[in-house]
Design a protein around this ligand. Structure first.
Ligand SMILES: *Cc1c(COP(=O)(O)O)cnc(C)c1O
Length: 361
């Protein structure tokens, strides 16, 4: 059996260090916003080349608080890709803002800059880009559009830890980079966790205030805040794992290379371009007979996943939230995409086996 993911196996190499980190937090007697959170925030900012990093409870909150801090008005519009994970869109809805879908590029699966411009109105305030599957969006074009129209940029970096475009890492192109450390992500905690990066000190202070009941000084509440603090234990575990993130990325990139070289051309493979350093949170291919292919692989004991089976505007929760503008490109991706095993614990031999079975389909 070749599993799609096994988080016990992914984390096993770090267990000893995790236990030590756990002991240290336990002994400290300080369990909320203590030294471990401060340390991780500084570690991750340094790793990412970001001026500031604020730990928050999860990736969705990282997006929600980023938008919240920008002070938009009810009904203002935020442009977001039509093929993203639902969390990106929910963060807009939870702020009383209107998500406006823009279609992705069929080759990169990332939001198409040309289609962003078509969606800009007098109510547009921001673009939420999603660096899907671990490839950074075309931030040169998107940055230029945002500048021309005076729009904010929030980057959903949940799948793009360490990914870069022309040498700059995800989370440094926009006003905010919102990260998730959900256990399956490339930098995954062993529970929920998230963070927000920014170059702006005022915006950083806004996030650290909002995450802690809108309070900077104990029992003085300046804003209608949230409880969305990064957990002290998760921060300690994340500092351990962050030291190994580049090794994790290198491993995944090598496995991706095996797929790229080995898979026959019947499968539409991810595009590779020298300006982009991709981290392959997900390695997807597309095929017109995706469901039959998935069954075939399962019969040969190979597990796969679909990211994602249903387009956001086809979700029940989005009825009456998203308008009915068709999103044929997103739907084509949702209909044909298949995610192949590419975890830190997978061996070259396992990937060779997946390639062999795939090619016999
Ligand atoms: C995982 C993910 C999120 C949400 O992160 P959580 O930590 O689960 O809240 C948001 N956006 C994208 C693209 C994701 O993949």
């Amino acid at each position: 059996m070749i599993e799609y993911e096994n988080l016990g196996k992914v984390n096993a190499p770090f267990f000893d260090d995790y236990r030590q980190a756990f002991g240290k937090v336990l002994d400290s007697g300080w369990y909320i916003l203590g030294n471990a959170v401060k340390q991780f925030e500084s570690d991750f900012a340094a790793y990412n080349g970001s001026r500031h990093c604020a730990g928050v409870a999860n990736g969705l909150d990282a997006l929600i608080l980023s938008l919240r801090s920008l002070g938009f008005e009810n009904g203002d519009e935020v442009i977001v890709p039509s093929n993203t994970y639902i969390a990106t869109i929910l963060s807009i809805v939870h702020n009383g803002l209107k998500p406006v879908l823009a279609e992705p590029d069929i080759h990169t699966y990332n939001i198409d800059p040309a289609r962003i411009e078509e969606k800009i109105t007098s109510r547009t305030r921001a673009i939420m880009v999603v660096h899907l599957y671990g490839k950074v969006c075309d931030m040169a074009s998107i940055g230029a559009i945002a500048k021309t129209h005076g729009l904010k940029i929030i980057e959903d970096c949940a799948q793009a830890h360490g990914a870069s475009f022309k040498g700059t890492k995800a989370g440094n192109f926009g006003d905010f980079g919102a990260f998730s450390f959900y256990p399956t992500k490339n930098l995954g905690a062993i529970g929920d966790a998230g963070a927000v990066t920014t170059a702006d000190e005022g915006l950083h202070n806004a996030i650290t205030t909002l995450r802690n009941y809108g309070s900077r000084i104990k029992y003085q509440n300046e804003q209608v805040g949230y409880n969305s603090r990064l957990d002290e234990l998760q921060a300690a575990f994340l500092s351990v794992k962050l030291k190994h993130l580049d090794a994790i990325t290198k491993h995944k990139r090598r496995l991706a290379q095996l797929y790229q070289m080995g898979l026959k051309d019947d499968f539409i493979k991810p595009v590779v371009h020298q300006d982009y350093y991709d981290v392959y949170h997900i390695y997807n291919i597309r095929h017109p007979r995706r469901d039959a292919l998935r069954e075939y692989l399962l019969k040969h004991d190979i597990r796969t996943e679909i990211h994602y089976p249903i387009a956001p505007n086809k979700q029940t929760a989005m009825a009456g939230v998203l308008d009915n503008t068709p999103t044929p490109i997103a739907e084509e991706i949702h209909r044909t995409t298949l995610s192949l095993p590419i975890s830190y614990f997978h061996t070259d031999a396992e990937i060779a086996r997946v390639v062999e079975i795939m090619n016999s389909f």
